[in-house]
Design a protein around this ligand. Sequence first.
Ligand code: UT7
Length: 325
Amino acid sequence: MALRSQIIGCGAYLPERVVTNAELAERLETSDEWIVQRTGIRQRHVAAPGELTSDLASHAARRALEEAGLKGAEIDLIVLATATPDNTFPATATKVQARLGMTQGCAFDVQAVCTGFIYALATADNFIRCGQARRALVIGAETFSRILDWGDRGTCVLFGDGAGALVLDARRDEGGAARERGLLSTHLHSDGAQYDVLYVDGGPSSTGSCGFLRMQGKEVFRQAVHRLAEVVDETLVANRLAAKDIDWLVPHQANLRIIDSMGRKLGLPPEKVVITIDRHANTSAASVPLALAEAARDGRIKPGQLVLMEAMGGGLTWGAALARW
Ligand code: UT7
């Protein structure tokens, strides 16, 4: 009988320090009004000096494991999505593996920038479906504050640090497909011809240094609205569903105007869309699991409900995942 991935735990972590728009306006030519109007962002969390992506990821993973009632030793796969690893190598996932006391299976990173969590989820789900893993931790963790040019007001006001994690458990598919809980489908895309609309101007093979994030904001915005609508459509068609069947849209949190446009396209009322961008800003691969963890913890997302996730980021990459919670 076929296997599927059920979500049995969810956790998140945000660094303590909060940087408000007003604080940024003290050192940059910007304003709370501009940032709120153009993006919906009011504040972001920023990692403390010495607080690394692996630290944020480990905190989120422990919380997800606690909710699942599992120990690290019971996990046999970690897929960690990040564009801000602790070091060029080894994978940040292996550091998290050691911290959690996981001694079996494997741990590795995937890199699809803001779409990273959807890529990681798809990867782990495929490992589970083919029987190569039984219990997986899927983590999105970022310290984008370390790759921002803090003199560039066009990008530095947009991002924040954080981490979120899900625990997936292999379950036998008992038939009656759609009523089963778990991941129903994942859909991934990339277009490398759009490499330079959103990239980091450094790296081990090019400059030997880490580099800073560069973005053609308007072009990314345009592509996001278009690509996200396409992949959401693809997901609904693949599952023979209509937008009205979706209980929750959990979008990547890059810009409130992009999120609103997606909600409108789907005809979803704002109360069915999970928004965290006002408090977290864009946390790249962490944004979807942070939003999931918040809405699951406060009781909005309930077992059995249909949750549609989508994201788009550098590459360009974009994707969506549909789960019955
Ligand atoms: O997560 C990965 C995916 N990323 C995204 O989806 C981001 C997509 N893009 C965006 O969200 C938007 O394009 C931005 C929020 C980045 C920018 O908004 P925009 O409405 O496209 O503004 P703009 O870049 O066209 O800039 C408009 C004006 C410019 O001034 P002039 O040339 O009109 O005089 C900018 O210099 O706003 C200026 N500006 C700012 N002003 C105050 C740019 N950044 C700021 C700022 N504060 N922080």
